[in-house]
Design a protein around this ligand. Structure first.
Ligand SMILES: Cc1cc2nc3c(=O)[nH]c(=O)nc-3n(C[C@H](O)[C@H](O)[C@H](O)COP(=O)(O)OP(=O)(O)OC[C@H]3O[C@@H](n4cnc5c(N)ncnc54)[C@H](O)[C@@H]3O)c2cc1C
Length: 465
């Protein structure tokens, strides 16, 4: 038992170093003495060769990297945060959906493997997918423990040979002689990666924009949400009329902002913080925008906590039980791709000739009042064409996740987690085959991509299915 633990830890250390051999204690000691004498190694310059570079280790990126590495590609995953999972884990949106539509499973593969193993390791339960949800589609979303998801995602990446690069971000991208040269910086490191295929899974189309391809953004974007949990107040003893009056006063004084709780303070107590906070113009694209978004959402949470404790009878002992480290962001930039999925493609369940996965969710555009999901008609199975994962006029570049090329309303449905995972796997498979053929993903025969995806347990869109 003990040995196997040691074995696993050693494995993880060796792989993470993929990176570098584990130094002996003596060597480490010597190194730290050397570092006291010279600061040179605090600013490492590295050059790396890879087949596939995935940028963004979130919902889509983890799956893209796993698919690429499991199919034999040397894969690097660059993530500017400290762990995997993105909005699912760091953002705390830990209820992925939808893997099922109209009585059958439509998304499986690597994402489903991770989700079901997460549920198992947490003694959780999968929803009963045989019971139709009607208009309550969240009933088919899978409640997961985000920390376990992050741990398993990391373990699986290391086992597959993915080189993980946390705390790093690309700052320059050039495509020459059929290869990408990507300059990546992080704490004390500057890496140039020469790779054959690049996959943008940043959620924001950051890599696509950096490489010089167009991205799109609406004048008004959906609000983001800081996920937190409050407790130890007594809802039943709270006088709702008084709560509203106090709230109106606080809004008038400028201490609280009306739309941040969807214009209704009662919802905050009812939901205890769960997915209720709405921050307008939330943006995670750049460090500056993300910093401003986080500061705003944390400031308003602190004000709200003080308001409840100091002004609302029954809430004097309210506690902030948990808070995610980052505001979860719903909408920023979308990539302008070789094809833009329209709302009508989505709601009619268009089966594209180059469909690589399904997606399933209501049209789901949030505003300051919350959201009124617009459900699909019975039997509708939207699909995602490979062309929507390819930035227009680009070569050897794919995107996956919420920045998929689509109009705003189609995107409000495509952005959900199961769909992002399916897109991630499809992008990973297309990249692998493009590497093998030394070409660009759109020149890979579609049947080869579909065959590889099926081999890795993905579900492929079919006519009359
Ligand atoms: C509040 C909220 C509620 C939601 N509710 C649901 C729901 O109920 N069910 C559902 O299925 N979906 C829901 N969604 C949608 C869904 O969670 C996201 O759209 C989806 O997770 C996005 O996945 P992604 O892979 O595109 O991006 P992310 O999961 O956000 O991953 C992007 C990753 O890229 C990294 N990154 C970004 N920029 C860089 C850079 N420059 N360099 C390096 N790394 C970078 C980020 O750190 C992150 O890890 C919700 C979203 C929000 C915000």
């Amino acid at each position: 038992m003990k040995d196997s633990h040691i074995g696993r830890r050693q494995f993880v250390r060796y792989s993470a170093a993929g990176i570098a051999a584990v130094a002996s204690a003596k060597a480490l000691a010597e190194e730290s003495i050397a570092s006291a004498q010279s600061s040179k190694h605090l600013h490492n310059k590295e050059t790396k060769e890879a087949d596939v570079l995935v940028v963004g280790g979130g919902t889509a990126g983890v799956i893209a990297a796993l698919q690429a590495a499991r199919a034999g590609c040397r894969t690097i995953l660059v993530e500017n945060g400290s762990m995997l999972g993105g909005t699912m884990t760091v953002g705390g949106v830990a209820f992925p959906g939808l893997f099922h539509a109209w009585g059958r499973q439509i998304i499986a593969g690597i994402g489903w493997e991770l989700v079901t193993e997460t549920v198992k390791l947490d003694d959780g339960r999968l929803p009963d997918f045989s019971i139709p949800t009607g208009r309550s589609h969240p009933r088919h979303q899978v409640r997961i423990n985000p920390n376990i998801y992050a741990l398993l995602a990391e373990e699986k990446c290391l086992q597959a040979g993915v080189e993980l690069r946390y705390y790093e971000t690309p700052v320059k991208a050039e495509f020459t002689d059929g290869r990408w040269n990507i300059e990546v910086v992080g704490k004390g490191t500057r890496m140039t990666t020469r790779c054959k295929q690049l996959i943008d899974c940043t959620g924001n189309g950051y890599m696509t924009a950096l490489a010089g391809y167009p991205v799109l953004r609406e004048n008004e974007t959906q609000p983001g949400s800081l996920m937190f949990k409050i407790g130890e107040y007594y809802s039943r003893s709270v006088d709702q009329k008084l709560l509203r009056e106090k709230y109106e006063e606080a809004v008038k004084d400028g201490r609280l902002v009306r739309k941040e709780f969807r214009n209704k303070i009662e919802g905050l107590l009812k939901k205890a913080g769960n997915n209720i906070h709405h921050i307008s113009n939330a943006d995670s694209t750049t460090s500056a925008a993300h910093t401003a978004t986080n500061i705003e959402s944390r400031t308003t949470l602190l004000e709200t906590l003080r308001f409840l404790r100091e002004e609302v009878p029954g809430c004097e002992k309210t506690k902030l039980l948990s808070m995610q480290p980052e505001t979860a962001v719903r909408e920023t930039y979308r990539v302008e791709g070789e094809y833009e999925i329209t709302e009508s493609d989505y709601t009619s369940g268009k089966l594209f000739d180059d469909a690589v996965c399904y997606s399933f969710y209501p049209i789901d555009v949030h505003d300051e009042h919350g959201v009124r999901p617009e459900h699909l008609s019975e039997g509708t199975f939207p699909t995602v064409p490979l062309r929507a994962l390819v930035p227009k006029n680009s070569k050897n570049l794919l995107v996956a996740g919420r920045c998929v090329s689509s109009d705003r309303r189609a995107n409000s449905a495509l952005r959900v987690q199961a769909s992002c995972m399916a897109m991630g796997q499809a992008a990973g498979a297309a990249a692998v085959l493009a590497v093998a053929r030394n070409t660009t993903p759109l020149d890979v025969p579609l049947n080869e991509i579909r065959t590889l995806l099926a081999k890795h347990n993905a579900i492929l869109p079919e006519a009359n299915s």
